[in-house]
Design a protein around this ligand. Structure first.
Ligand SMILES: [Zn+2]
Length: 433
């Protein structure tokens, strides 16, 4: 692959610039450049395909270090590339957790050499994710942390969260939050209600999420420091975030594809492969999350890619761990269920994976503006196919979408001008095919 080339004839969707039209995209030395500035460059015909900024996933678990039997930096970033993601934000609940510069620097260094997409690493709010003592926000920022979170759980003490937000503000680090009051959720294995009762398992009430969203809105207002609410899943959480935004309180929110495309009823069909935290909710919650996505209350879609081994998931709905893999299913599932179904127009849909995440963490990615890094995703919007989880690049298989018929497919992923995934004969991948 030459250092200069032109993706020619595709439908370019670049929400940051209000672009949704057929035009050429030119790349030179890893950067987007004006199409008329690279005379003589290779021309790659992408007629009939959609060209978008490289997709950003604000929420993945790469399990490295410590749980590399589930995923590691190589397999996780390959799964990301195959899923169209050029940048992933990795959660810090590894083993050991990312609570000090040494662990953080080790991950970033290995991701830089072995990863095929950009890995932005978060660090924990509390030492050991134990919820008792705060980490050194300034030291973690200096070591390269992109944000702070105890994801998997959250600080249960409002007083400690207040101190955490003040420290994050002073260090200039975003705070992202898994919203769950454990004194209410009691780590129930699915959403509380009639379905949990009929399956004979302990449920967690939706208010465990609503309570922390409400608390953090109050704390964001008090400190003037933003909180990004991760994977919101309840009607109450959407209403609270919408209200806070209308008051000018600096909160943002993401939603995960499974909370938009499945309900708690899936727990009966898929058992442990429908077990995640927050859990799948009622249809009324799903509909509220869809409305939040449509009206902009929720600015980002994030997979919460959470790999687990088959042995662990064999514990079933009761005993298996929380989480499903999402990187390679997200685009086909969401294009089918959220775009082709009419929930979101094309630019709005792509914005949830590009300008939305870009705004939350103030990233330089997520647009095709000249001068920006040449991170690009190529989609065949109308390709019909059946999801085959056995073909995924992820090391894990915990996914309820196997065999789902989808419309829309990722066919190419380019990071800083370098193709890292391609199904197109005209675009030779130096990463995976
Ligand atoms: Zn979480």
């Amino acid at each position: 692959m030459q250092s200069s080339y032109i993706l020619s004839g595709g439908l370019v969707i670049d929400p940051a610039n209000g672009v949704e039209t057929q035009r050429d995209v030119a790349i030179h030395a890893g950067t987007i450049v004006p199409a008329d500035s690279v005379a003589g460059a290779d021309v790659i015909d992408v007629n009939g395909l959609a060209i978008t900024p490289g997709l950003i996933d604000l929420h993945v678990h790469l399990r490295d270090p410590g749980q590399t039997h589930k995923e590691d930096l190589v397999t996780g970033t390959r799964a990301a590339a195959a899923g169209g993601f050029t940048c992933v934000v990795a959660m810090p609940n590894t083993s050991p957790p990312v609570d000090c510069p040494a662990v953080l620097e080790d991950i970033l260094s290995r991701a830089g050499t072995g990863g095929v997409v950009r890995v932005l690493q978060t660090a924990t709010l509390s030492v050991g994710r134990a919820g008792a003592q705060l980490t050194d926000a300034g030291g973690l920022k200096a070591a390269g942390a992109i944000a702070l979170t105890d994801d998997g759980s959250c600080l249960q003490s409002a007083g400690l969260m207040l101190s955490a937000l003040e420290a994050a503000r002073d260090a200039g680090l975003p705070v992202i939050e898994h919203c769950e009051d454990e004194s209410v959720s009691r780590r129930g294995v699915m959403n509380a209600g009639a379905t949990a009762a009929s399956l004979g398992v302990a449920g967690q009430p939706h208010i465990s999420e609503d309570l922390i969203v409400a608390r953090d809105i109050v704390l964001a207002q008090a400190t003037g420091w933003g909180v990004h609410m991760q994977h919101i899943s309840t009607a109450g959480a959407v209403d609270l975030v919408r209200w806070a935004q209308s008051c000018g309180i600096p909160v943002t929110a993401e939603a995960a594809p499974h909370h938009l495309c499945l309900t708690e009823l899936a727990c009966a069909d898929f058992g442990a492969d429908a077990k995640m935290n927050p859990p799948l909710r009622r249809a009324a919650d799903r509909d509220a999350v869809v409305r939040g996505l449509q009206d902009g209350t929720i600015c980002a879609l994030a997979t919460d890619h959470a790999p687990h081994s088959a042995d662990e998931k064999a514990g079933g709905l009761r005993g298996g761990p929380f989480g499903i893999i999402g990187l390679e299913a997200a685009l086909p599932i969401c294009l089918t269920e959220l775009h082709h179904s009419g929930v979101l127009g094309l630019s709005d849909f792509i914005a949830k994976f590009t300008v939305g995440p870009r705004a939350v963490l103030k990233l330089p990615y997520g647009t095709l503006s000249p001068g920006c890094p040449a991170d690009v995703t190529i989609l065949d919007l109308d390709r019909e196919h059946v999801l085959d989880v056995s073909s995924f690049h992820s090391r894990s298989r915990n996914c309820p979408y196997d065999g789902r018929r989808c419309r829309g497919k990722v066919v190419g992923t380019i990071v800083e001008g370098k193709p890292v995934f391609s199904e197109l004969p005209q675009l030779v991948s130096e990463g995976i095919a």
